[in-house]
Ligand binder design. Structure first.
Ligand code: AMP
Length: 280
């Protein structure tokens, strides 16, 4: 496995690809866990060459967010990636990706006005910026993204479609701990008490799905979520929404024809966690 810290050396290596060979990319911010590993395994199985990028992208963090504290475990990450059969790791410094202050701002129409876009202004500008830069540098045939970041996947899919990127996007299912907590690099911030209460997210989603016929409207479900929250004093709800799976539009009903998916974000202590679940 080769590790690259700059664009030029990566691109020299990329030239060695034989025409027809497929290159798979898994973009990450490092602090890798079994969720990332599931994407990597799939990329290794489906491509001739697999690249993983590790880059804690500063432009997707808000001024009060955890950029400086974000876990960085490059050595450990590389050991894991090597054991999974990855060929190339692209781990640039921020100066390599952003040598000057950026003059481009990506403006999205509706898709970032809800869910994480509402409570993290500017976040998806940073995501679109970094993913487009990584796609230009790495030029993968396929790129693998987790559905834990469901809105992110929808936005990247729109970006690829509208900007005619020649890349196939591969959505991958959410990987969870055995008790249901979605794996996240941010879970390491949780104290033991917070770790227990972090189950608020998954327990709420699972309960809604199980008793879906008890609810008439998305608003009834919101009442249930607020009621459940009372049992988790360390959790503070950031948002809960039920939206159409296909286009993140409001749903008129909770019937399968509206493809309802529940989205939740909550602070547990000071750690912000997200999760989502299709209701059918
Ligand atoms: P991150 O390092 O958090 O930017 O995540 C890199 C990629 O891994 C993204 O496509 C995430 O959606 C995906 N990912 C993170 N956590 C999980 C998980 N628990 N299950 C599946 N994919 C995940």
């Amino acid at each position: 496995m080769k590790i690259f810290h700059n664009i030029q050396s990566f691109q020299e290596e990329r030239k060695q690809l034989i025409p027809g060979q497929k290159l798979g990319l898994v973009p990450t911010m490092g602090a890798l866990h079994a969720g990332h590993a599931s994407l990597v395994k799939r990329a290794v199985a489906e491509n001739d060459v697999t690249a993983v990028s590790i880059f804690v992208n500063p432009t997707q963090f808000g001024p009060t967010e955890d950029l400086s504290n974000y876990p960085r475990t490059l050595e450990q990450d590389c050991a894991l990636l090597e054991s999974l059969g990855v060929d190339w790791v692209f781990a640039p410094m921020a100066k390599e990706i952003y040598p000057d202050e950026s003059q481009l701002i990506f403006s999205l129409k509706d898709i970032d006005k809800k869910l994480c876009g509402r409570t993290r202004p500017g976040h998806f500008n940073g995501v679109v910026q970094v993913v487009s830069i990584l796609f230009h540098i790495i030029r993968p045939d396929r790129a693998y993204f987790g559905l834990k970041d469901y809105q992110q996947f929808q936005i990247i899919r729109q970006m690829v479609k509208e900007l005619h990127f020649q890349v196939e996007l591969v959505p991958c299912p959410i990987v969870r701990e055995t008790d249901g907590l979605a794996l996240s690099s941010r879970n390491v911030y949780l104290s033991a008490a917070e770790r227990k209460q972090a189950l608020f997210l998954n327990h709420t989603l699972t309960a809604i799905k199980q008793k879906l016929e008890d609810f008439q409207t998305a608003s009834d479900v919101k009442d249930f979520v607020h009621h459940t929250l009372a049992q988790y004093p360390l959790a503070k709800l950031d948002y809960f929404e039920i939206l159409n799976d296909k286009n993140l539009a409001e749903v008129d009903s909770l019937t399968p024809s509206d493809f309802p998916r529940a989205f939740i974000a909550a602070f547990v202590g000071t750690t912000r966690l997200i999760d989502n679940m299709a209701l059918y």
